[in-house]
Design a protein around this ligand. Sequence first.
Ligand SMILES: C[S@@+](CC[C@H](N)C(=O)[O-])C[C@H]1O[C@@H](n2cnc3c(N)ncnc32)[C@H](O)[C@@H]1O
Length: 248
Amino acid sequence: MLATDSKLPITEGADKRAYVRQMFADIAPRYDFLNHLLSLNIDRLWRRRAVRALGWERKPDGSYLDLCAGTLDLAAALARCDGFHGRVLGADFALPMLQRGQAKDTPVIPINADALTLPFRAESFDGATVGFGVRNLADLDMGLHEIMRILKPGARIIVLEFTTPAWQPLRGLYFFYFRRVLPLIGRLFSKHMTAYDYLPESVLAFPEPEAFAERMRRAGFRDVHFTRQTGGICAIHRGSRGPVHEGV
Ligand SMILES: C[S@@+](CC[C@H](N)C(=O)[O-])C[C@H]1O[C@@H](n2cnc3c(N)ncnc32)[C@H](O)[C@@H]1O
């Protein structure tokens, strides 16, 4: 985690929850466009890799949950896999984001719900994904425990999240782009005054991949590991719920 002197609510708590929910509701109409523009379309590749890491082939007719599903792109990438004939639910607490996803006619069931208090019984899902969502949670540990609760024994969680590249000169270039260029482009196209300042600041405040992997282990996940993507701009984390319920 890197120190910032942010005035935005990037630390956990009720302020962050309210800010994040309203901010995504506000930027929903421009979210997909800006995602693809700002990442030069690499976000599509990361989502495909995240779906591959889920190992849904072990249960192609299973039930899967995409959390912080936004405009449903990650959920749809799973639902549209050749050979997949299960059920994919996409949960998000910002309704306008889900509505944008539904307008794309995705084969995903949208659920307007908070990832910290999911409306599902324990051990309901054969796997779960979170794309660029855990960083936004108002209580990361509570979110991880909630994911653990709704997974069946042996089921896998995949978390896709931004991180910062370690290798210079990519690191310097990345910081320049992320802190100086991206907020300007984001503000120009979204007309939102803070959303694209929140993005880099929340990434810098989020635990580095090693520390996040440790939080996953502490929440009770097994076989936790991660792979850095595209020079370390983001990471795909993987973990499994143990074979028996262990009181988490
Ligand atoms: C950066 S977007 C990611 C959307 C999508 N997963 C993707 O890959 O593009 C983060 C999403 O997480 C949602 N979110 C943040 N905290 C949440 C929570 N506690 N419960 C449900 N959704 C949440 C936001 O509303 C937003 O749609």
